[in-house]
Design a protein around this ligand. Sequence first.
Ligand code: AMP
Length: 191
Amino acid sequence: MLNIVIFGAPGSGKGTQSERIIQKYGLYHISTGEILRSEIENKSALGLIAEEYISQGHLVPDQLVIDMLAELIDKTAHNKGYIFDGFPRTLSQSKALDDMLRERNTSIAAVFSLSVEEEELISRLLKRGETCGRCDDNLETIQNRLTVYKEQTEPLIEYYKKKGKLFKVKGLGSIEDIFESITEVIDRLSY
Ligand code: AMP
């Protein structure tokens, strides 16, 4: 199984690169943000709780997201592997993910960390807000999300570095060039 984490600040291009990776390697895409947005649309119990946090740019509580993910993995039992997009976002989520995969006799093969400067992130997110109508793509919420990223999510870079799983990728440049830097690494991995 090839399990990959695509990691980076909001607006760093995780979704775009995930789409490319899925096309090439046939992985199952798990975007916790997308799943939560569809829960909100369906007005489920989880959606109602999640909406409060997402609209303010805060993280949805760990246990809710972890349980949601575990249920999805059990339901899909996909054997080629997964791409985790927007998860994990906290240390406790990383540990839960490691445990979840270990119980299923697999692990994370690589974590791609997309780095993009803050000014560029803000401009990308504001542009996305104009076109795709996400309630969290407005300046105030974007600033909260970037702070949350720095405080709670960025420390995971060290966590994966220590495990020898981290690959830093420059998130600026053409989508194709960024994708190529990722595939060069994936094609060298043994999994
Ligand atoms: P995203 O689409 O990945 O940018 O996520 C949008 C929002 O969904 C985030 O700002 C969080 O409020 C929430 N969210 C997505 N993934 C997670 C996660 N792994 N843990 C907690 N909250 C999350």
